[in-house]
Design a protein around this ligand. Sequence first.
Ligand SMILES: Nc1ncnc2c1ncn2[C@@H]1O[C@H](COP(=O)(O)OP(=O)(O)OP(=O)(O)O)[C@@H](O)[C@H]1O
Ligand SMILES: [Mg+2]
Length: 262
Amino acid sequence: MTEAAPQSNVPFDDDPPPPRRPDAEPMIEAIDLCKHYGSFAAVDDVSFTIRKGEVVAFLGPNGAGKSTTMKVLTGYLAPTKGQARLRGFDVTKDRVKAVEKLGYLPENGPLYPDMTPRKLLKFFGEARGIHARFRSQLERVIDECDLEELLDKPIGTCSKGQRQRVGMAQVLLHEPEVLILDEPTTGLDPNQIRQVRELVKKLGQTRTILLSTHLFQEVEAMADRVLVVSDGRLAFDGTVSDFLYKGGGQMDRAFHTLTTES
Ligand SMILES: Nc1ncnc2c1ncn2[C@@H]1O[C@H](COP(=O)(O)OP(=O)(O)OP(=O)(O)O)[C@@H](O)[C@H]1O
Ligand SMILES: [Mg+2]
C-alpha cells in the first residue's frame, strides 16, 4: 500500500524515538510481557518504558490487548511471561510496594454496586491509610469529579457516566503518582469529558499517566507520546508528532496503517 506524502515536517524513521525524558525515573515498565489464554496470546511480547512525567496514550483496535496489558501492569492479572514493574517494583513479587502510589481505573468502573460513593471512598481511604487527611482529600475528589449530587446514591443505581466519575474519584483519592486509566472518558457527557481532560492535563504536569482511548482528540489534548497495540503486539511507540507524521498528518490514517498492515 502506498503511503500518502507526509504533510508534517516532523522527522520520522522506523527506529524507536529516544524517550522524551531520557533521564527520568522509569515509572511503568512492560518487559517482554505476555498474557496467554490457552493458545491465544492477548498480549504478545510487549515491552515499553514510561518515565516520570510522561502522559502516554494507549491505542489499538477492539480486542488488541490494551485492557489486558493494563490489568497485567497493575497486578490484577499475572503475566504468562515477562515482567511488569511500577516505580521499579515488580508487580507480582513486590505487589504492595508496586501499587502503593498507583491509581487504576479499570474498564468498567468500580464494583460494589450496593455501596454509595461516600461509603466506597471511605472504604478505600481507610484501606489506603488516609486518616487525618481524609476529609480534605474527599472534598477535593468530590469537586474534581463532580460527585456532590451522587454521594449517597447506591453505585448500582448510578448511570454509566456517574459510575465512571465515582471510579475516577476512587483513583484520585490517595493522590497517586502513577495513573493507569482504561478509557477514562467512555460514557461521559461532553461537559464531563471536558472536565476529565482538563483534570488529566493538570495531573499530567506532575504525575505519570498511561491512558487508553479510542478518541484521537484525546491524544492531542492530553498525551505527549503514543503506544499502539495490534493483535497483542506493540505496533508503534513514539511521540504524538511521530504518530501524526506516520499518517501524513492524520491520526486515523496512522492508526489504520499500523493496525491493518502486518
Ligand atoms: N478471560 C479471558 N479469556 C479469554 N480471552 C480473553 C479474556 N480476556 C480477554 N480476552 C481476549 O483478549 C483479547 C484482548 O482483550 P482486551 O480486553 O485486552 O482488548 P482491548 O484492546 O482492551 O479492547 P477494547 O478496545 O474493546 O477495550 C481479546 O481478544 C479478548 O477476547
Ligand atoms: Mg479494553
